[in-house]
Design a protein around this ligand. Sequence first.
Ligand code: NAP
Length: 320
Amino acid sequence: MKAIVYNRYGPPDVLRKEEIDTPVPKDDEVLVRIRAASVNPYDWHLVRGLPYLVRMSGIRKPKNTSVGVDLAGIIESVGHDVTQFQIGDEVFGLGAGSCAEFACSSIMQLAHKPSDISFDAAAAVPVAAITALQGLQSDGELQPGVKVLINGAAGGVGTFAVQIAKSFGAEVTGVCSTKNLDLVRSLGADRVIDYTTEDFTREGIRYDLILDTVGNHSVWAFRRALTPKGTLRLVGGGGGKLFGPLGLMLKALIVSPLVSQHFTLVGAKVTTERLLVLSALIESKQVTPVIDRTYKLEETAEALRYLETGHARGKVVIVV
Ligand SMILES: NC(=O)c1ccc[n+]([C@@H]2O[C@H](COP(=O)([O-])OP(=O)(O)OC[C@H]3O[C@@H](n4cnc5c(N)ncnc54)[C@H](OP(=O)(O)O)[C@@H]3O)[C@@H](O)[C@H]2O)c1
């Protein structure tokens, strides 16, 4: 099969489209014929080997040479123990090396594709939307009227977060740049803040929940923008070459027990259960994946180059 691979760390130019063996599903896996994959910042971090922390599984060169995890496609074959899925089913979820013609996926990280969206749209969902869902709802705090601020509202995670928060009846403020104000408003945000002219941590308004995907404020600045019992959830972004966003995250974890507010981290865990929650939101039209650009499989390097500018509007999708 054709797949995008890389054998050394570096900029997206290190990616090659090569002929490799088609993977064979384990007993609890299915083989998916990929129709679309989506890329996440995680993918370009792995390709560059930056921050260095991501090199834990291969210090000098990558051990895992495939690219992509988000996928949507059609089941080609099923493992011995699989009963929930059949050959020909249309699915979406997680599978290592999804920038390829085929990838294997565990049945614990897969669900049937929402009926009325395209494969491109379904592939945009798994990591970004589940990160948003976990970031907003881990402790069930998203109730009607709760004041939520999403920093990075125009990105892959942010565009889902705005819609998910609205679907729970929250009062949503989205932070993005000037060119994306209309987009974020159109997703349902009650209020938008242009970060090029305003700093939400200095405007005197306090939020019950802040979901941060950018990592460009200090813990103390976030505190100013939170209600006394408010929650900050850090998703990622920012940081240096060595530890990436971990510096800010560690500070937040150290400070949290010392203050009245609650600071936590989000580590996306894609599960069938969460995919089904998102499926229901998509089928009821409360959430619609926002696709910025689509690229062909052989253009995956270009897709990653675009994504690493840090200014994608919604998701970047690879059509296979
Ligand atoms: N913890 C996890 O499990 C997990 C899961 C997924 C993602 N992540 C991390 O979360 C971060 C975001 O992911 P993503 O997929 O949403 O990335 P993305 O699609 O690349 O989104 C980047 C967005 O950030 C916005 N942005 C840039 N600078 C900003 C600023 N100063 N203030 C507000 N918004 C700003 C951009 O909007 P403008 O163009 O308007 O500037 C753009 O829309 C990444 O660091 C990623 O690695 C973590």
